[in-house]
Design a protein around this ligand. Sequence first.
Ligand SMILES: [Zn+2]
Length: 139
Amino acid sequence: MDSLNNNPAPATPDRLADFCRVFLSENRAQWPPDENSLATHFVEFFKLQFVERESLKRVCQDLNIKFSEGQLPKGMKGYNHCYNGERTIMIATDQFVPGASFEHTILHELRELMEYVFRDLGAETSTGAELEKRAEQFA
Ligand SMILES: [Zn+2]
């Protein structure tokens, strides 16, 4: 995954990276950050009045994240991918996993995409299972 660091910056404005940079500069003293605080800042930065399906889809669009819904392997609620500065989120059409909701899943995937930016900024917060836990707290 080191190749990600060598990619040229995308030509289009990258608001997700902007958000991560601002948040990091304000919270570097207490890194890794509190996920509730990160979530609060995210909602403010992107002026999310209601955390619901349509506004979250709009945020993805604003952030140039390719968003889609579709069939995913059983038990998988969502999926994200970051390659060559291109970000993708796919959400399972059927949120059949107990306790899952569309909104929760998309926020979880957004948080994992943020981690790529933090990593590029040299401020990784976590990996693997710990990142899963953080993404769940964030959502
Ligand atoms: Zn995850």
